[in-house]
Design a protein around this ligand. Structure first.
Ligand SMILES: [Zn+2]
Length: 223
């Protein structure tokens, strides 16, 4: 079925949705017997509903598999001295996280160009959207001290009652803010991401985590 102008991916709640194609209404029922019982999967891809099926192999394949990813995983002892110091600082402050809603404690530690380490933790809010992540908390704290030039950031996270298996990576908003300080610092900032036991660590960079990112340089602004 050709959907004309609607030929790109369309996401909608699992119910009957009506799309208009050149003035003609198309009714699509996205519910099926398998997806009715799949309450945890609220959205599905209408053009490819196979991943709404919990038994679908395609759905299972969407889970991030670090073993198959292009990122090499390291252990704590593979890190150099400064990377260890930075990760330890992030780990230490993660315990001060204010996370009564998610119970997910994150710590971040920034390495400033003058050698100082500045840390931050996530600070959640009853109005969830007002929550600040650990990475941005550290960056804002550094800024309040007049520091805007960095070379590295380490991130670690754990559940209140459980260890994280895979490395904790920065969310999209934090990647954008790290891109800002990366361009200010004129460095491709190194991002060290760790699970709670520090036995699965990925070292990447902001340019790798946010390819073709937008920053002050794209506005022709030199800061
Ligand atoms: Zn974030």
């Amino acid at each position: 079925m050709a959907l004309g102008a609607w030929s790109t991916k369309i996401y909608a709640k699992k119910e009957t949705v009506i799309l208009k194609d050149h003035g003609k209404e198309l009714k699509i029922n996205t519910l099926d017997e398998n997806s009715k019982s799949n309450k945890d999967d609220e959205y599905c891809d209408i053009k490819d509903p196979s991943h709404c099926d919990p038994k679908s192999k395609k759905k299972q394949d969407q889970k991030v598999d670090f073993a198959k990813s292009k990122f090499k995983t390291l252990k704590y002892n593979d890190l150099n001295k400064i990377q260890k110091k930075l990760l330890d600082a992030a780990d230490k402050v993660s315990k001060n996280s204010h996370s009564p809603y998610s119970h997910f404690q994150v710590g971040a530690a920034l390495l400033c160009d003058d050698g100082e380490i500045i840390t931050g933790t996530n600070f959640e809010n009853a109005a969830y959207g007002s929550t600040i992540c650990a990475e941005r908390a550290a960056i804002l704290r550094a800024n309040s001290q007049g520091k805007r030039n960095f070379s590295r950031i380490a991130i670690i996270g754990r559940g209140k009652d459980f260890d994280t298996i895979d490395p904790v990576s920065p969310c999209g908003s934090c990647r954008q803010v790290i891109m800002e300080i990366s361009q200010i610092s004129n460095k491709n900032i190194e991002v060290i991401m760790s699970n709670s036991k520090k036995d699965k660590i990925i070292i990447s960079s902001i340019q790798e985590l946010l390819p073709l990112g937008f920053g002050p340089q794209n506005l022709g602004i030199k800061i």
